[in-house]
Every structure is written in C-alpha cells, then in structure tokens.
Design a protein around this ligand. Structure first.
Ligand SMILES: Cc1cc2nc3c(=O)[nH]c(=O)nc-3n(C[C@H](O)[C@H](O)[C@H](O)COP(=O)(O)OP(=O)(O)OC[C@H]3O[C@@H](n4cnc5c(N)ncnc54)[C@H](O)[C@@H]3O)c2cc1C
Length: 471
C-alpha cells in the first residue's frame, strides 16, 4: 500500500500510531492540532494576499527572455547524473526554454527517492514507495543516455562514457551525488553481512534495519555518525530517535541501551538553535550521546564496535563497545570520475570545485554543479537542491548569453527532523547556521503537522514540483 493511502495515525501499537497522549492539546514542546490548523490558515491567508504578485513573480521567474532563449537553444547542454539534482535543473531549464537541447547521462533505470529511506528504516514506507521508473521522470525534450560517465575531459568540452561513446557539450551540469564508502571503516563491509548490523543509507540495508529494529528485544543498540561530509546530516539522529521511540512504545525500552556516537562535538553544530532545542529532549529520553567519537573498526565475530574518541585535552583514546544492534552510517565520497578527475582539487574531498554562491566551476566557466557532489559547504539534501536549481539555471543562462552570473545561492537548506513517531521539527537554515522562516516552521518545536508533511507532503513536492522543474 502506498504510504499516501495509509493513515499514519491509525490507532494501535503500530509505529504509525500517534505518540501516547496525542490530542488537540500540545505535548511538551509540541503544538496542538488546533494551533497547527490556525497556523496553516494564517499561511494560506498570507499566500492568498501575496498571491497576485507572488504568482506573477513566480511565473516570470520560470521564464527566459526571447534573446536568452535563442542563446540557450543554440547550446548543447549535458547533465551528468539524472537524479533529483540533475533532473530538477534539466526540467527547470526546459520550463524556461522548451526546445533547449538537453542530454541527461544516467545509468539507473530506477530512481531512488532517498529522503524516504529513513521512513523505510522506520517501517513507514516500503520499497515500492521510494522507487520510481526513471523513464517516467524524464521530460519530453530530454535526451537520455543510459550510461555512466567514465571520465571528464573539460579541456576538450566532452565526457567519455563507460560504454565507449564520447559526448561533447557547450555547457555541462555535474550532478553525480555522493556514494557510500563502506570500506573507510575496517571490518564494516563484513559486519554488514551479519544479522545485527545495517544502515539506512542503502535501500536494502534500510529494509534490513527495519527488520532488526522491530524485532529487537533487549541489549545495546549503537548508532554512529561518520566524519567528513555526509548526505542528509539529520538521518542518523532521526533513525536513532525513531528506534528509541518504537522500543519505548512497545514496552521494551527499559531492556535496551541506546548509544549515539557522533564524530562531531554536538548533535547539530551547524544549526546551534536546533542543537540547543533537541539535545535536552533526547537526553531526557535516555539516549547516551558520545561526542567526537569516530567508528574506526568493527569486529563482527565478537560484536565489537571500535571508536576513536577525542578528549577535551585533544588526546584521543580507543573505546570498544559491544553491540547487539549496530546502525553504522557509512562515510561518503563522490563517484570516481569526479573524485579522481580534473574537476576537483586538493582539500575538498573529491567534490566538484564550484563557487559556493554562483555554482559555477572555478576553473571551467561552462561547467556548473548542483546537489550533493558540489563543494558548496551546504547541507547535502534535496531541500538544498530546491534552492540551488533556479540559481544554477539563471547563471547557466547568463553564461550562454555572455553575461556574468547574476544569481546567488545563499546556502539555504532544510531538514525535517523526525524526533519520534508522529512528531517532527522542521527548519530551514543558511550558510551561517541561522534559522530561516522560523515563524513559519515553528522550527524548534516538535509538531504533528510537520510529521504529516514529511510522510505525505514532501514526496509530492519532490516528485511533482522539483522533478517537473517548478522551482
Ligand atoms: C537516508 C537518507 C535520508 C535523507 N533524508 C533527506 C531528507 O529528509 N530531506 C532532504 O531534503 N534530503 C534527504 N536526503 C538527501 C537527498 O536524498 C540527497 O541530497 C539527494 O538525493 C541528492 O541528489 P543528487 O542528485 O545530488 O544526488 P543523488 O540523488 O545521489 O544522484 C546522483 C545520480 O548520479 C548518478 N551517477 C553516479 N555516478 C554516475 C556516473 N559516473 N555517470 C552518470 N551518472 C552517475 C547516480 O546513478 C544517481 O542517479 C536523504 C538521503 C539519505 C540517504
């Protein structure tokens, strides 16, 4: 059954049930349904008032002048990577210039809605809810090459494909994302083959995790967060807290220890206000947070997770912890053609070297980057792509029209932080870690409204708004 058809708040012990005590009255830190409806009403009212000008401005923002259309039309535009980053940019370009010549290079036949992986690991979504046919997402007007980039050759304005073809371009958009680097942790690959270890950063492993968590009766559950850049920096916390909530609601929490090891000094160093709001909440629930603690090795035969923990005096020490369940989030890295090719440089971990505001490559002006693979320093989320895509399209159009880039990405990203079943904190933040539109989101409150939006609304936004280029 599609999650959209399910009642996430159906009564009973299922994880979809509302948290105990859910009513029209607020729980501590939450907002009531009545208030949520009022807020929503205020939002709709505001939208109607702003509507006239807003719709006009929005429609205008999707268009390009006749002169710009002519310049774009003449260009051969290639998009490397056809997931949410590549497709949102390609579709957005086609909104502005319907007969633009756009080629998308993407090997997968199935599109993965990765923001839904957390909900797979939490038993809310199933595999069918997060897999879509890639062909159905390709807009008419996009030429799809089902192959992988083997090498970038920016000095010759072309890419070489694994199948042997060479594709030339006038402008290139790089949207290769990041991949799991399981071998960065000694023994982890082998451990993932055992019944007690999984992670939600891969669909099959996420399904395995739900089986593990839902059947877990007692013992020590250990969750980890690796160093370096990561995809969706909220997901490891979300799955920790959802699991904790599941065990509590099913009456076995007192038999389970929950440990969260993060490589970082706090839970959310990038957004201090959220960090301050959420840390006491989860501490009160008995989650034991271990900061500056990096998983270095796993020994599956004796079920040991081996951490390197940095102490306040700067020294490090080894900490060995026995686990009964291990959720080990893999390190991330960019795919080899990017990581090992000419489009990156030393010191940025194999990411695409772009200006963080214009999204234009620093050395090759006809190359732009979007999404997880780009070294912008912003959070690696689909929410980031929603903000980056219009900037990239504007600046790509400027480039093809011989103008300097006129649009700037401000680092905005967002996160639906699922704190427990039926509750979510929703927040947007900028490059400086400041909350954006806090009044709208009620960012530091756990609310039912945003839970519903995460489970039912965001997927539609992604599928129908982003992938159709309405950003
Ligand atoms: C567990 C989890 C939870 C998440 N939760 C959220 C959330 O709540 N909210 C949110 O906004 N985001 C969330 N995200 C992050 C979001 O899914 C990513 O930020 C987003 O998918 C990045 O899109 P992308 O297009 O940059 O990269 P990807 O989606 O990773 O796509 C990269 C594409 O490039 C293709 N590719 C790779 N190598 C090559 C090659 N050599 N040649 C051609 N093509 C290639 C791949 O096949 C793939 O289709 C989550 C991610 C995970 C894993």
């Amino acid at each position: 059954m599609a999650p959209d058809d399910r009642a996430p708040d159906s009564a009973g012990d299922s994880p979809n049930a509302p948290p105990p005590g859910d009513s029209t009255e607020p729980e501590s830190g939450g907002i009531s349904r009545r208030r949520a409806v009022r807020l929503l009403g205020a939002g709709v009212g505001g939208a109607v008032v702003a509507g006239g000008g807003g719709v006009w401005g929005y429609r205008r923002s999707l268009q390009a002048s006749a002169a710009d259309q002519e310049r774009v039309r003449r260009a051969e535009i290639v998009v490397a990577g056809g997931s949410v980053g590549g497709l949102t940019v390609a579709a957005r370009l086609l909104r502005a210039v319907p007969d633009a010549r756009i080629t998308v290079i993407e090997p997968r036949e199935e599109h993965h809605y990765q923001p839904g992986y957390t909900l797979v690991g939490a038993g809310i979504y199933t595999r069918g809810d997060v897999l879509w046919d890639q062909g159905e997402l390709m807009q008419p007007g996009m030429r799809w090459i089902r192959d992988s980039v083997l090498a970038f050759e920016p000095d010759r304005n072309r890419v070489r494909l694994e199948g042997g073809d060479v594709v030339a371009y006038d402008a290139l958009v790089v949207a290769l994302g990041v991949v799991n680097h399981v071998d960065a942790v000694e023994g982890l690959r082998e451990a993932l083959e055992t019944p007690r270890v999984a992670h939600i950063y891969d669909l099959s492993s996420g399904e395995k995790y739900w089986g593990l968590a839902s059947g877990f009766q007692e013992g020590r559950a250990v969750f980890t967060y690796p160093p370096g850049y990561v995809k969706c920096g909220g997901a490891p916390q979300k799955i920790t807290w959802l699991s904790e909530d599941l065990w509590r609601r099913e009456g076995r929490r007192d038999r389970i220890e929950v440990h969260f090891h993060t490589s970082r000094p706090t839970l959310f160093p990038e957004v201090p206000r959220v960090d301050e709001a959420v840390t006491p909440l989860v501490e009160a629930r008995g989650v034991r947070n271990h900061y500056s603690s990096v998983l270095r090795a796993v020994s599956p035969s004796d079920r040991l997770a081996i951490f390197e923990e940095q102490r306040e005096n700067g020294e490090t020490r080894e900490v060995r912890q026995r686990y009964d369940l291990l959720h080990a989030m893999p390190h991330a890295r960019t795919p080899a053609p990017l990581r090992e090719g000419p489009l990156t440089r030393e010191g940025i971990g194999g990411q695409l070297e772009v200006d963080r505001e214009t999204l234009q490559h620093r050395r090759y002006p006809n190359i732009f980057g979007v999404g997880d693979c780009a070294a912008t320093g912003a959070a690696k989320t689909a929410a980031t792509i929603r903000k980056q895509a219009p900037v990239l399209v504007r600046n790509l159009t400027d480039f093809l029209s011989d103008r300097p880039p006129s649009a700037r990405y401000d680092g905005a990203s967002g996160c639906p932080l699922l704190t427990r079943y039926g509750r979510c904190m929703m927040f947007e933040f900028d490059f400086e870690g400041r909350l954006v539109n806090e009044w709208l989101y009620q960012s530091t409150r756990e609310t039912r409204l945003w839970w519903e939006f995460k489970v039912h609304g965001l997927k539609r936004l992604y599928r129908h708004v982003m992938l159709n280029g309405y950003v």
